[in-house]
Design a protein around this ligand. Sequence first.
Ligand SMILES: NC(=O)c1ccc[n+]([C@@H]2O[C@H](COP(=O)([O-])OP(=O)(O)OC[C@H]3O[C@@H](n4cnc5c(N)ncnc54)[C@H](O)[C@@H]3O)[C@@H](O)[C@H]2O)c1
Length: 254
Amino acid sequence: MMAGLAESAGSGAGEPAQRLRGRRVVVTGAASGIGRATARLFAAEGAALALLDRDEAGLSRTGEETGGSTFAVDITNEEVMARTAEEISEALGGIDGVVNAAGIMFQGAAADVPAKAWRTMLEVNLTGTYIVIRSCLPWLTRAPAATVVNIASAQGLLPNAPNHSAYAASKGGVINLTRALAAELAPQTRVNSVCPGMVDTPMAGDNGWNVQNYAMKRMADPIEIARAVLFLTGSESSFVTGAALAVDGGRAFH
Ligand SMILES: NC(=O)c1ccc[n+]([C@@H]2O[C@H](COP(=O)([O-])OP(=O)(O)OC[C@H]3O[C@@H](n4cnc5c(N)ncnc54)[C@H](O)[C@@H]3O)[C@@H](O)[C@H]2O)c1
């Protein structure tokens, strides 16, 4: 993590503005990377958190860092998610926000990726996102100004990286699911997606990524994605819904 960026995650650079005070937010993928950075920033901004991930050890670390309630679940399990949403609403007294950051990524040429692997990609990234939102809907629709933010990808906007067709398809699906739900759930619930370029998380790994087609010529730190999620979850974005916000260092515009 780049030092200066990390320090301004809400704990080191002056007083957080408490932009999410009184908000009760579900964050998936909270054990690692973007979900963890989002949970830490949201806690500093006053949110009450329900943290979901299938990685129990990582999840309890984020729980300790943020004071959030932890739920070790697989987001693709519809019955488990329905029960979990009930438990979350009991623990927090309701649900005003969801951030879908759980996801998987693998590379492979279309000729080599079997349908089983393709299905797994869509199951986690697209169907899992749908299941989480659907499970939380009874509470979201009762909240006066609820929000959903889905972490899609710059690959969903500009799928020009070879060997990523399954991932790009899943993320294109997330962007269009976001738009469709924005229309369906307005005006009470706003639904937006964030489309990151490469981010320095375990998912990106150490693959010697080429950032030459990024105007910024570098990867993002997870906090830079979390700040966009904060904008779309807070009231400062009150007239933004159905958006696919590129936070990709200028990858997708050229
Ligand atoms: N890192 C990048 O370069 C990058 C770029 C664009 C988009 N994204 C997207 O951002 C999101 C977060 O990725 P990250 O980089 O933080 O990755 P990460 O691997 O650090 O974190 C993803 C988390 O999701 C959890 N998860 C995966 N499948 C799950 C399931 N079925 N149920 C519950 N939890 C599950 C993992 O356990 C992990 O903790 C993903 O949707 C990813 O596709 C990442």
